[in-house]
Each structure stands twice: as structure tokens, then as C-alpha cells.
Design a protein around this ligand. Sequence first.
Ligand SMILES: [Fe+2]
Length: 218
Amino acid sequence: MEKNLFYVVMDHLPKIPQELVDIALDRVKSKELPATASTHQKDQNPIYERNFTRNGVTKLSRSNPRWGLEDVFSDWINKNITTEWKQLGVSTSIILKGSPHFVSEELNVDQVPHTDETRHYTLMYLLAKGNEDQYTSWYQEPGYPLQRKRDVIMWESDHLKKLGSVIFPTQTWVMLNTNILHNAENVKNERIAIHVGLEVDPFGVFMRTEPYADTPVL
Ligand SMILES: [Fe+2]
């Protein structure tokens, strides 16, 4: 497999059995917020209101609450995917009405460009997309390395260079390099995904061209 910087579609990895998919979907549709929501543990559950600027306009960045799945997914992931994971979870782009974090459906479309705060890479498996043309984009900040430290959030995003975008299929594993600034865009309706958070790249698919750095390149 050719080495890649941004993402690799891992369609040789097995599909998740329906009974596990059903458990994950139940979890996001239960109206129960993730258990960590009340503690504001950003590293577990990124529910918090965030504004960012694009094209000179201030927008609300979508939040993506994530529920842990370790209790039901560990055995299957260990046997079929990798034992090198750090977190297993399911996220949704929709904050249900009734949640204290719900703002409005129209304001859920955009997401601030960022690097992930809890992982270097993630294996993502999209379960559902409310609109087919949701896409993931990658960016570089001029003067900075491509791969950044964790939890870099580009509240001002107009100066970023967009490097490319891709529409990912559902029911397919995709490995993402979340050290590179990225976001999921045009999410007009639900986007539900299983995440296997990784500190390492157990499949050896990514190029490492530079350390994770956050200092300007002169
Ligand atoms: Fe991310």
C-alpha cells in the first residue's frame, strides 16, 4: 500500500457486525448525553460551544458529542482490527433537541479546522450520513509544518490553505491523520461515526515527514 499523509481507505478491514452497529446507534439516539458531558472533560467529549471566523463571518462550530463504546466493542476490535487502540467511541453531529447544548439545526453545518486533542490518528467508520455530500478537508497554516501538535484550533481560519477535500463512504474503515488541520464540512444533517482512536499507526500507512511541531517554519 502506498504511504499517505492525509487518509487511507482501509476497505480490506472487516465491516462491523450489525448487532454492534445497532448498539452504537442506540447509544447516540438515546438522548442521553455522554457520561463525561457534565464534567466538561474536553478530552473525552467535545461538547462545548465554539465560534470561529471564516470569510470574515463568525460561525458556530458544530460540536460532535462522542459516547464511549469500550464496554461493547473492545473484543471485536481487538480480534478483527487492532489491539493498539486508545479509545473506542461513536459520535454524532446532531445535538438533540432537549439537550442543554442544542443551539439550532442550521448552525450545525460547519466545524472549526483543528487537530484532534485525544489521538494522533483515528480509524473512522461512518454509519450514517444525513446528506451524501459531506466532506472532510485538510488545511495548512502558511509558515507552519503540515503536522501540528494536538488540539490546535484555528479560530481564525481565513488564512489557511485548503489542501484538499474528500467524501468518505459509509460502512468502510478510513484511517485519518488527525495531526493535520482538518474538519468535516457541509454536514447538513446527521453524521454518525465509529472512532477507533490511535496513538500509533498500527498499519504503517502514514508517512512521517516531520515531528509534530507547532513552531513556525522560517
Ligand atoms: Fe478531528
